[in-house]
Design a protein around this ligand. Structure first.
Ligand code: HEM
Ligand SMILES: *[C@@H]1O[C@H](CO)[C@@H](O)[C@H](O)[C@H]1NC(C)=O
Ligand SMILES: *[C@@H]1O[C@H](CO)[C@@H](O)[C@H](O)[C@H]1NC(C)=O
Length: 313
């Protein structure tokens, strides 16, 4: 910890002493030069066989509480080992695999790096993303048990079934139904989990996660996704090429996610924490370690990493 603080202090001093050379040049050498902010459409291929096959997890590989990252790793689109994820690696594999924009990869990558006990390595392993309520992992997940129930990490069919129940009789997702299923997870755990914690940060993140599965398995504007695609993603951590899924032609970006989060909340009527304005800026704020209401710094580590990586506004 002490050496971490010293290293940060040294880096911050350097950039203050030489404001002209500032962070930009350092960042390019640290992170590579592929920090595109808007994804280009991914080239669609003709058959499922032309896509990267499902390889799964080997004994030494690690996985996360995130079905999106686990699926990408299981196809070796993101590194199959689950280890050594940098922002350039993440930027490329989110775009190649799911047509998710570099703007999202950069801010979520910052949070991922913040979960590493040695964040100045500027990389993270998927199993470092478990840390409860510090960065991303939170209660009332769609497919994971609350931390108090023991395993906050692995897919939990019992919990996921309570989400699928909302889609009974439907073949596709929709924003209103996804929104109600998501809100039910919050009210369910608020009643039965004595340690339940769901502040503004968790509020924003959990809406973002629902928007992510609707966007990547379906459409980043309409949120309509075949339920069988969504089930493959959550239940098998597999990209549903063989069912006919392809990466969307419209990229998923912080702007599309922000807009969908607003629609989801409008559809379920969940009362916002006082002062919270949902949308793109509150998503950016939480990934940068800021309170999405006041803008106060909640995580100095994420602030430092954001600075090093050149994450702006
Ligand atoms: C871009 C593609 C991605 C998609 C489609 C995606 C999708 C999702 C979804 C649907 C959940 C909710 C799971 C649930 O509630 O049961 C989730 C959770 C999570 N995601 Fe991702 N994600 C993506 C990228 C990332 C990245 C790049 C990171 C980190 C660097 C990340 C970290 C997490 C974590 C830690 C959780 C657990 C939160 C919790 O439920 O406690 N995700 N993700
Ligand atoms: C799934 O979650 C439920 C509810 O929290 C819990 O009772 C159950 O033990 C979990 N199942 C597994 C296999 O962890
Ligand atoms: C979350 O679950 C993982 C895996 O079961 C466990 O190692 C970790 O300690 C849990 N986090 C907390 C805060 O309980």
């Amino acid at each position: 910890m002490y050496s971490f603080i010293v290293a940060v202090a040294v880096l911050l001093n350097l950039s203050q002493a030489f404001p002209g050379m500032a962070q930009k040049r350092n960042i390019a050498s640290i992170t590579g030069d592929r920090l595109t902010t808007v994804a280009e459409p991914v080239q669609a291929r003709d058959t499922a066989a032309a896509y990267p096959p499902f390889l799964g997890k080997r004994a030494a590989d690690v996985r996360s509480p995130c079905p999106g990252l686990n699926s990408l790793a299981n196809h070796d689109i993101c590194p199959r080992s689950g280890k050594g994820y940098t922002v350039p690696i993440l930027t490329k594999c989110l775009k190649d695999g799911l047509n998710v924009g570099g703007d999202f990869a950069l801010v979520v990558g910052t949070t991922g790096i913040g979960s590493n006990p040695n964040p100045l390595t500027l990389q993270f392993d998927l199993d470092q993303l478990d840390r409860h309520n510090i960065f991303i992992e939170h209660d009332a997940s769609l497919s994971r048990a609350d931390t108090i129930a023991g395993d906050n990490h692995s897919f939990n069919q019992t919990i996921w079934d309570t989400v699928l129940d909302y889609y009974t009789g439907m073949s596709d997702t929709s924003i209103p139904v996804a929104a109600k299923a998501k809100y039910n997870r919050v009210t369910t755990e608020a009643e039965r989990d004595p340690a339940f914690f769901y502040g503004p940060v968790q509020f924003v993140l959990s809406y973002g996660e629902t928007a992510l599965y609707l966007s990547t398995m379906g459409d980043p504007i309409t949120g309509v996704a075949p339920i069988e695609y969504v089930r493959a993603l959550f239940e098998e951590e597999r990209l549903p090429y063989q069912e006919g899924w392809k990466p969307t032609t419209t990229p998923t970006t912080l702007a599309t996610l922000g807009a969908m989060v607003l629609e989801l909340n409008a559809a379920n009527g969940e009362v916002l924490p006082e002062g919270l304005i949902l949308g793109e800026s509150s998503l950016r704020a939480v990934f940068k370690g800021l309170d999405p209401i006041t803008g106060a710094v909640l995580s100095p580590i994420l602030q430092t990493i954001s600075g090093l990586l050149g994450v702006i506004a």
